[in-house]
Design a protein around this ligand. Structure first.
Ligand code: 2P0
Length: 319
């Protein structure tokens, strides 16, 4: 009745922003991401008939606020009549600060709960359950380059390129470890309801997905760089034009974007992407990693830099 899973966050290159069904948490658009290797969440789930409520600990502290979503996610795996559970989660990076902790968190929970209950659900089934809890979590069930496609009645997630066959590197510049001012779920709904650019964002996504898929298939770094930065900036402008606006950047976020553009102008293969938080993820070729890391460490306002390759999907681990 107990199991532990490890999952890594993923970084979307073509972003998920907006929901078409808030009850089932279905995304309004498809997305393409890369699963990281060296940032991770490890989650133990222990079902225990003697517990009267679920209990959640994140990095050693009781996390009451996050419990209702985790409990609903466990219900979706084990049914509402399941035993209550003690969930213990450890991450090696800041939580809820735009580093996709909900993606690795929910991916780890569904894998650990399925294993603890001995259910043997398929990876596809677990991705759907993780996606109901948090849209981006569905992608962390898979490794390498991952596409989440919208079906008429759900989602389909798959690895479209293995990590070893195009080993990009990601340099994450951390500019703040404060919790985000507004959760991404709420900010997405604001965008849908009030951003004048939302309709255009949804319409254009298929073209960006096609461009990125081709660039990944042919390992065309500059084509991927161009479409990923464009898609990222477009998503943020949808948020900025919402009422009230959702703005996740700080001054250091902009400084990092300039650092990345300067690096590219001087011949380095690197592009940036930014999610619902102020951190900047610089994606580069292995030969450019040292220069990118050095430049970001020396950018004003950067408090920490983490480097990662591309990694595997969520899986059970023995502890
Ligand atoms: C993404 N983000 O594709 C986009 C880009 C943030 C910006 O998915 O409401 O935590 O739980 O389904 O997955 C963050 O939102 O949203 C996210 P919910 P989630 O990675």
């Amino acid at each position: 009745m107990q199991a532990t899973a490890r999952a890594q966050p993923n970084i979307a290159l073509i972003k998920y922003w907006g929901k078409r069904d808030t009850i089932r948490n279905l995304p309004a658009v498809g997305s393409i991401s890369i699963t990281l290797e060296s940032l991770y969440t490890e989650t133990a789930v222990a079902f225990d008939d003697s517990l009267s409520t679920d209990e959640l600990f994140i990095n050693g502290a009781a996390a009451q606020e996050a419990l209702p979503r985790i409990s609903r996610c466990l219900d979706s795996v084990g049914g509402e009549r399941r035993a209550r559970a003690r969930i213990t989660s450890e991450t090696n990076f800041p939580v809820a600060a735009g580093l996709a902790s909900s993606a690795s968190g929910f991916a780890a929970v569904v894998v650990a709960a399925d294993a603890a209950l001995g259910l043997g659900a398929s990876v596809d089934e677990l991705a759907t359950l993780a996606g109901q809890a948090s849209g981006s979590a569905a992608r962390s069930l898979y490794g390498g380059f991952v596409e989440l496609a919208n079906l008429d009645d759900g989602i389909e997630v798959a690895t479209i390129r293995e990590p070893d066959s195009w080993p990009l590197r990601v340099v994450v510049a951390i500019t703040s470890d404060a919790r985000k001012p507004v959760g991404s779920g709420e900010a997405m709904e604001r965008s849908r309801e009030s951003s004048p650019f939302y309709g255009r964002w949804i319409e254009d996504q298929a073209v960006d997905l096609d461009t990125a898929r081709s660039a990944i298939a042919s390992r065309d770094f500059s084509a991927l760089a161009e479409v990923a930065e464009h898609n990222c900036l477009k998503m943020h402008l949808v948020m900025w034009a919402s009422r009230p606006p959702a703005m996740y950047w700080n001054a250091a976020t902009l400084a990092c974007m300039n650092t990345v553009r300067d690096l590219r102008a001087s011949g380095h293969a690197v592009f940036f992407t930014i999610d619902a938080g102020p951190q900047v993820k610089a994606v580069c070729l292995p030969d450019d990693e040292a220069a990118v890391r050095e430049a970001l460490v020396n950018t004003n306002g950067v408090t920490d830099v983490r480097v990662s390759g591309l990694g595997a999907g969520a899986r059970r681990i023995e502890v």
